[in-house]
Write a protein that binds this ligand. Structure first.
Ligand SMILES: [Fe+2]
Length: 238
């Protein structure tokens, strides 16, 4: 399962067309992926304007049937970059498809308070925050205890396979493996954007199995999403 990808076109830096996204989905299926969440960016400046949202949802509807024929369940969510303006909106709009969860980006730069504030907001609205790629954040690289703090709140932590493979640099790779060995990771996803940064997880899985054994598959098969499959999971203190 790939909980974070940019295979649904939305005018951001993900795939440029439905056919490009579907080609990548088909190739991902050949490498063992059975479910992909397309998570277009909701960036700070424009947010998600209505016309863009309508186009994204229509593209997803069309792509879903084709993906299904490839054996892939294509779900739609969003990757929300946290800024105070997002607190004016119901997070329901950004939920991850069939999950009671919202994917909250931990920005590469900037204060860690923003994702924590938005995570609190999402949780208060009854959704489980999933923090996206904290290992790529300067603030977390400087102080990895933020990950433990988020997890102690019951939030889920998602790392990028590309970080685990060292494609974003040594510091990110080292932090990713430290978090994995410390048992602080719930999900590993591709964050795939395009053919040059594809939504594949097979190589990542091999690396994880080599070092973590059977525990690797729990990071990739959606097992750890159980709290996000319960209605009102956060309200019960998960
Ligand atoms: Fe992303």
């Amino acid at each position: 399962m790939d909980i974070h990808s940019h295979v649904v076109p939305s005018g951001d830096d993900g795939v440029a067309s439905e056919s490009e996204g579907l080609d990548l989905i088909r190739l991902a299926a050949e490498r063992g992926t059975r479910a992909i969440y397309g998570t277009p960016h909701v960036w700070p400046i424009d947010g998600l304007r209505e016309a863009r949202e309508a186009a994204v949802r229509a593209a997803h509807e069309r792509m879903r049937e084709v993906a299904s024929a490839s054996g892939v369940d294509l779900q739609l969510g969003f990757e929300v970059t946290p800024v105070p303006e997002r607190h004016d909106e119901d997070p329901e709009r950004y939920r991850l498809g069939d999950l009671n969860a919202v994917l909250v980006e931990v920005p590469f730069r900037g204060p860690i308070g923003l994702p924590f504030d938005y995570g609190d907001f999402v949780e208060d609205a009854g959704f489980l925050p999933i923090l996206a790629h904290p290992e790529r954040s300067d603030a977390v690289l400087a102080d990895p205890s933020h990950v433990r703090e988020a997890r102690e709140r019951g939030w889920l932590i998602q790392l990028n396979g590309s970080s685990i493979l060292g494609q974003h640099g040594r510091a990110e790779r080292n932090l990713a493996w430290k978090l994995l060995h410390d048992g602080l990771v719930d999900l590993v996803a591709s964050d795939g954007h395009r053919a040059s940064r594809p939504p594949f997880l097979d190589e990542t899985r091999h690396a994880l199995v080599e070092r973590l054994g059977d525990a690797a598959d729990l990071l990739l098969d959606g097992s750890n999403l159980a709290p996000a499959r319960q209605t009102g999971a956060c309200a019960t203190g998960m």
